[in-house]
Write a protein of this length. Structure first.
Lengths: 230, 264
């Protein structure tokens, strides 16, 4: 399987502070669903930001072999005070793929509708986000990411603040999307109970990569410290 | 009232500014940059002063200086060497201090600067209106063309950057549009009050709207109604048009509050 991305001997520190990550080696194949776990402050989010080009490594290099990226940050919420409908949010995600000037074309509108359908939000597409449940809002943000038809989808704690039922539903949705759309997914979360059975590979980050393999090979560390329901 | 040419010109300029200021203000408010209009307004004052000193067209000089000031704020903010409010403060105070020094150097402290500080819509000339209408229509057309990517940036700036949108260019364009709006609005509500016309209609619209798009259109409607009601009230009650217009806009925010409370 060709690579989607590769981190080669990557180290990183904020300013003149202590290193957050040291000598990270991380190849990820196209179409892989990789879970990233670790304690708070262990460098999980920093790792994602390096992959996305939002931070530059202080040593080593990050190589991306895919072009279309989508990012669902921690506690994703609309950055605007004005009321936003789910459809408007998803359409905003399509902007990078559409032409810069003028309204969305038919193909772009179809892509927005398809993304909304895939996450099961069609009946609520024209409702304001603030009137949707936490799980539905997360689905809207996932649809926003899907609207750009990404090759690499990066999610940072996508189920924070969402009830257990919604966590399972989102994990199942991501697994289905990964197979249907052949996306590469990087998924950071403390709440691994829901996603555990869907991922083939877990990477434990604690300043460096402490473990990289199948979840079944990590029974002890799996629930401690990264899974809140241990 | 409309028999008088100066009133027709005032309404013409007011219509353009009433529509444009909230349309640009929408993107500033959503990016938590509501006060940037004040900062750029003070830079515009320095532009007016420079115009006096060099005997240049005042509105165009203010326009050029405002664009430079707005892009400076955006550059400082984007590079994160300076926090957004500190960048604003730097440009804000440099603008007003530079304006005072330049006006003094031009020997123009006795000039009727009040017309720029508080607006003088009743002195708008035909050539003023041509400039305001031309640049205003161009700015509105640009917003309409770039509405989607501008919205994508305000909804999720980091996500838009990751996905490949030219975020820095779009933010610079928003800052430049704010500068153009302020330079065009100086005669309508004045440098000290222009930010209000960019922000208050957007706040009022956000209380009652049901989507982003409806917020934009409602805020433009509220801006237009505020200007028309403000000028009309000022004419019959012999009040300053700029201040009256802003008070009307502020009243719409208060009027929208009970509606927002009912929706919660």
């Amino acid at each position: 399987m060709p690579l989607a991305l590769e981190l080669e001997q990557v180290s990183f520190a904020y300013g003149h502070g202590p290193p957050v990550l040291r000598d990270v080696e991380l190849p990820v194949d196209r179409g892989e669903f990789v879970a990233i776990a670790g304690p708070n402050g262990g460098g999980k989010t920093t790792l994602l930001r390096l992959v996305l080009g939002l931070e530059e490594p202080t040593a080593g290099r990050v190589r991306l072999f895919v072009r279309r990226l989508a990012y669902l940050p921690q506690r994703a919420q609309s950055g605007v005070d004005a009321p936003v409908t789910a459809r408007e949010l998803v359409a905003a995600g399509r902007a990078p793929r559409a032409r810069l000037l003028g309204p969305l074309g038919r193909a772009d509108r179809d892509a927005v509708r398809d993304a909304i359908d895939r996450v099961g939000l069609a009946p609520h597409a024209d409702r304001r986000l603030s009137t949707l449940s936490g799980g539905q809002q997360q689905r809207a943000f996932i649809a926003k990411a899907l609207a750009a038809e990404p090759e690499l989808l990066v999610l940072d704690e996508p189920t924070t603040g969402v009830d257990v039922e919604a966590q399972e539903a989102i994990a199942a949705l991501l697994e289905r999307l990964q197979h249907e759309l052949e996306m590469t997914i990087l998924y950071v979360s403390h709440e691994f109970g829901a996603v555990e059975r869907f991922v083939e590979r877990i990477v434990l980050v604690q300043g460096a990569i402490a473990f990289d393999g199948s979840p079944s090979d990590l029974p002890g560390l799996w629930h401690d410290p990264s899974h809140a329901h241990a | 009232m409309l028999d008088l040419e100066f009133m027709r010109l005032a309404f013409g300029a007011g219509i353009v500014v009433g529509l444009l200021a909230p349309a640009v203000g929408f993107f500033l408010v959503q990016r938590r940059l509501s006060l940037i209009g004040d900062g750029i307004g003070h830079v515009a004052f320095a532009g007016v002063a420079l115009g006096y000193l060099l005997d240049l067209p005042l509105v165009l000089t203010a326009l050029a200086v405002s664009v430079v000031g707005a892009l400076s704020i955006e550059t400082l903010r984007a590079r994160r060497r300076t926090a957004g409010d500190q960048a604003l403060a730097l440009v804000f105070y440099t603008g007003i201090a530079g304006g005072v020094v330049l006006v003094s150097a031009a020997g123009a402290l006795n000039v009727n600067l009040f017309q720029f500080l508080f607006g003088s819509i009743l002195t708008v000339t035909r050539s003023d209106l041509a400039v305001i209408a031309g640049l205003g229509a161009g700015a509105l057309a640009l917003i309409a063309l770039l509405y989607r990517p501008l919205v994508a940036v305000v909804v999720d700036e980091e996500g838009a950057r990751v996905a490949g949108l030219p975020v820095a260019l779009l933010n610079a364009l928003t800052a430049a549009l704010a500068a153009v709006t302020i330079a065009l609005s100086m005669r309508v509500v004045g440098i000290l009050l222009i930010a209000a016309l960019m922000v208050l209609p957007v706040i009022a619209a956000g209380r009652v709207a049901w989507s982003m798009r409806s917020t934009v259109f409602l805020s433009m409607g509220i801006g237009l109604a505020s200007v028309l009601a403000g000028i009309t009230t000022a004419y019959y009650a012999n009040l300053p048009p700029g201040g009256t217009t802003v008070l009307v806009a502020a009243a719409t925010v208060l009027a929208a509050e009970p509606i927002a409370a009912l929706r919660r």
